[in-house]
Design a protein. Structure first.
Length: 276
């Protein structure tokens, strides 16, 4: 066995171990979501997490679904996530295109200010932001979407900026010669070329917004996203682990489905932006 084969074998072993480590939480959640009543007690879940259930049953999945009113929480989370991510993608793509093509000192300064905003920790803005939004009457779903859009634009613009640098400007010049205005040029020529980085940015923002607990907890009053609804399973000194695991399983299924659907574009989008 030559050195190249040994190196490939080591890489395979290491990556396989890492894959097992990162996939293990999914296994624990899945297994403990189907344990029957005799198995789904506190001791088994905390001390024998890896143990397979004696009988596979969806009882606790159904009970957890009803306990947290999962249908309502799901559609609230879906509305917030889809709307926020759509706004982030549209604004970031247009802003990055202009910042790349309009090469002035102003555009450079704006870009660096945009990137610098990613360094500001949310905790330093949390209480002033919540008080200000409440004062304006935006402590609702609309205000939450507005804040997610504001926080998400900087990173997404950075990703789009790197990707657009690799698009030949000759394509845009040809579009102008064919009679396109700026809006038509962006929609008909630029936007289709951005598909890999659009999906990459969408996945990153969907995972963040869908799973976020703190911002909805501070803003929303009468309705709940899925992370907030899961609080119903928590008491002062205990957590209903027998129901908590199934609800976690239900909450991650949409994100996992979206990720597996889009995964082939994710690495392509990130590496294309980095290389170019």
């Amino acid at each position: 066995m030559n050195r190249k084969k040994i190196k490939l074998f080591i890489i395979f072993v290491v990556t396989s171990l890492l894959a097992l480590i990162f996939a293990s939480p999914l296994y624990f959640i899945f297994v403990n979501s189907f344990k029957p009543e005799l198995d789904a007690n506190l001791n088994d879940i905390l001390t024998e997490t890896i143990k397979l259930p004696s009988v596979w049953t969806p009882k606790y999945i159904i009970e957890g679904y009803k306990t947290v009113n999962f249908t309502q929480a799901f559609f609230v989370s879906l509305l917030i996530t889809v709307t926020s991510v759509s706004i982030i993608i549209i604004i970031s793509a247009m802003a990055a295109w202009v910042l790349v093509r309009v090469k002035t000192k102003t555009s450079t300064v704006l870009f660096f200010f945009l990137i610098a905003s990613m360094l500001i920790p949310f905790q330093s803005l949390m209480f002033p932001l919540v008080k200000f939004m409440s004062f304006l009457g935006f402590d609702n779903v609309g205000g939450l979407i507005f804040m997610y859009a504001g926080f998400g634009v900087s990173l997404s613009t950075f990703l789009f900026h790197g990707f657009i640098k690799g698009i030949p400007i000759s394509l845009e010049e040809a579009g102008y010669l064919d009679g396109c205005n700026s809006i038509q040029l962006f929609i008909l020529i630029i936007l289709p070329l951005l598909k890999p980085i659009i999906i990459t940015a969408a996945v990153l923002n969907v995972i963040w917004i869908w799973n976020d607990f703190l911002l909805p907890y501070l803003i929303l009053q009468d309705i709940q996203t899925i992370p907030l609804a899961m609080q119903n399973l928590s008491k002062t000194y205990s957590i209903r682990w027998d129901l908590y695991m199934p609800v976690v399983l239900l909450s991650i299924i949409p994100v996992l489905a979206f990720y597996f659907f889009a995964q082939k574009h994710i690495i392509k989008g990130i590496t294309a932006g980095a290389n170019k």
